[in-house]
Design a protein around this ligand. Structure first.
Ligand code: ADP
Length: 389
């Protein structure tokens, strides 16, 4: 029998995913295409992934006992969020369960301080930084002249979607420092924010999706618009793809690694941060690439051949965010006015409650020309709204 065929999960095989949000849901949809049995662990089966798999365990992916009990019933365990209990994953590995990404790599990535240290240790370009024990240490460093303003402060753990990140530009703002251990980074003059998703399987195959360019909503600090291909030179795109591939190999991760970059005004390409799982910056791949990031993640963690990452049409992805000042059961406005537009692909996550700026879904617009996709995406963004019913 062909060795690759031998790895295709047969009857009785179980793939477990920690996290049951929208990334889990889209992973579940990709798994259903191949009729792969996939199980989720998260607080409520009412979460998005609960709608696509009957195998949903209610519990906490952050709790040692819950992760261990769930994982022991699986052949392979993976994640769709990184805030999971790493010690339980290490124990599962000891017990012979396959765990992707590797828990030791996850432990580094979960701590932004260790993550940054990893980049400097392995000669990856990143903004200069210093680690501090507490906000008091930062204040003292500024007062003694050791640390200059402005800078960007990032909490080492538990930051997500810009929540543990802030710019400090003046002595007065030192009052608002985030508490606890954090890292302080040089403020980069950002020309563009870019991302590349790399994939790797245990057989050692490595692939990278074409680079995307992100545009942020400055108020919510969330990606609002995403373009593929990125509007950068071929050389820069190749440099970023090569860095993403070297990163996934150096972390020794199987699965996906989403790598976020800054391109500075001075032309430097800097690694900002990574996520070892499917990522918002890869949603467009469902509708625009030969293989979606979700199917690629499944191929990678199951040690199947990786799929082609070729971009088939230019794409723009728009996150559908909950309207500000609206909390409650969601009501989607303007969908009918978008669905008749050509190349519009709607994905709603099925969250039970909308909150200000919460990711409720996304739309990918594909078109033969990038400018047309951008124009249509602007239309979509102006027509769609998620309010509380
Ligand atoms: P998160 O993990 O919350 O996504 P990031 O490290 O990506 O945090 O930071 C969120 C945003 O803050 C970035 O997308 C970027 O716009 C801005 N930012 C982060 N670091 C810097 C920096 N060193 N200089 C300038 N802006 C930064």
């Amino acid at each position: 029998m062909n060795e690759k065929n031998a790895r295709f999960p047969q009857q009785g095989y179980r793939l477990g995913v920690l996290g049951g949000g929208q990334l889990g849901k889209m992973l579940g949809i990709a798994a259903a295409d191949w009729h792969l049995p996939i199980c989720f662990l998260d607080r409520s089966a009412g979460f998005p992934a609960g709608g696509v798999s009957p195998c949903f365990t209610e519990g906490s992916f952050a709790e040692y006992d819950d992760v261990l009990a769930f994982g022991r019933q699986m052949d392979t365990v993976t994640i769709e969020i990184e805030h999971v209990n790493v010690n339980a994953l290490m124990e599962l590995e000891r017990q012979g369960i396959r765990v992707h990404p590797r828990p030791q790599a996850l432990a580094i990535i979960k701590d932004k301080g260790l993550q940054k240290q990893f980049y400097t240790d392995h000669q990856f370009p990143t903004a200069p930084f210093v680690l501090y024990e507490s906000e008091d240490h930062i204040r003292r460093a500024v007062r003694s002249g050791e640390l200059g303003l402005p800078f960007v402060q990032k909490t080492r753990t538990a930051g997500y979607d810009g929540k543990g990140v802030q710019r400090i530009g003046s002595e007065e703002e030192l009052e608002h420092l985030l508490p606890g251990p954090s890292l302080v980074e040089r403020q980069v003059n950002i020309a563009k924010e870019l991302a590349v998703i790399a994939a790797r399987n245990p057989s050692g195959e490595v692939a990278a999706f074409p680079m995307v360019e992100m545009e942020f909503n400055p108020r919510a600090n969330l990606v609002e618009f995403l373009l593929c291909p990125a509007r950068v030179s071929r050389e820069l795109a190749q440099e970023a793809e090569a860095l993403a591939k070297r990163l996934i190999k150096t972390f020794d991760i199987c699965g996906l690694l989403a790598v976020e970059f800054f391109l500075s005004e001075e032309g430097e390409l800097l690694v900002n941060e990574v996520a070892p799982r499917p990522h918002n910056s890869g949603h467009h791949t469902i509708d625009s690439c030969a293989t979606s990031q979700f199917q690629q993640h499944l191929r990678a963690v199951l040690d199947l051949p990786l799929g082609s990452t070729e971009l088939q049409q230019p794409a723009v992805m728009v996150n559908i965010l909950g309207a500000p000042e609206h909390t409650g059961p969601p009501r989607y406005e303007g969908i009918e006015n978008c669905l008749h537009l050509p190349g519009v692909h709607l994905h709603l996550y099925g969250k039970e409650v909308t909150k200000p700026f919460r990711k409720m879904g996304h739309v990918t617009v594909t078109a033969a020309k990038a400018e047309d996709a951008i124009q249509l995406a602007r239309e979509v963004r102006s027509r769609l709204r998620v309010i509380a019913d």
